[in-house]
Design a protein around this ligand. Sequence first.
Ligand code: GLU
Length: 290
Amino acid sequence: MTPVFRFAPSPNGALHLGHAYSALLNQDMAREAGGRMLLRIEDIDPQRCRPEYESQIYDDLEWLGLDWERPARRQSDHIAAYRAALERLAERELVYPAFLSRAAVKARVAAAEAAGSIWPRDPDGTPHYPTEERMQNRLQAQARIADGERHLWRLDMDKACARFGQNLRWTETGSGRAETISADPQVWGDVVLWRWDAPSSYHLSVVVDDALQGVSHVVRGLDLYWATPVHRLLQTLLDLPEPLYHHHRLILDESGHKLSKSIGSTGLRSLRLAGLSPSDIRRRIGLATG
Ligand code: GLU
């Protein structure tokens, strides 16, 4: 089977050297493996994504010399596919509608901590969502939804892991050799799979798309390493194939911080306007030049 690679930027800002590294590394690895190279525009968040960033992505990547199969998949064109995946999880009672506001969650956590309990937190330090709504009355929940009450959909992590989370693993090649990594998605608590302010969620749409597009190699930044346990769980729940994972180093600025989309000096557009060539970019981020 032909290996399939993909670069999946979100059009919520201008591409910078970190994106160039990820895109070009994908392309180099695809070429070495005799594989295909896809581009996916992850634009499900209408608050943050802009059409002008999307056209700039195509322009910057063309200039860099990325050669992807046309047309690129745009997630906003495929919301029905993500909804169908959510419905499948709902049929098996693995997701529930979550109505608590941020303020209500904060108050729950503060009260529990004031009473001396240790509230679980995810790897980013965010408190887990309270578990009380997992058991809510289904008819009442439906009535609240029918009344238009604001809610999102969360995975019942304990139930999902109890039924399907044993021996979850993935193969990681980021260190240069294949390693088997145990995946423990429970550290994230009841992750959001469908938002109220945007359709779908990053986790759900990424696993659905990787499967629909036949992606065999997920090559992406180390900042997404800890999302992989959730992706492996969702792939298992939805019966989707398991790709290989390669989490690559991040390109940092002079002070050692992750690059941000709002910083102009490492933006591909500004570097190009300053006269750098695509080969200069490759050298600057430590990729071999042709
Ligand atoms: N859209 C994500 C981002 O821009 C990348 C998703 C992925 O590679 O899995 O960070």
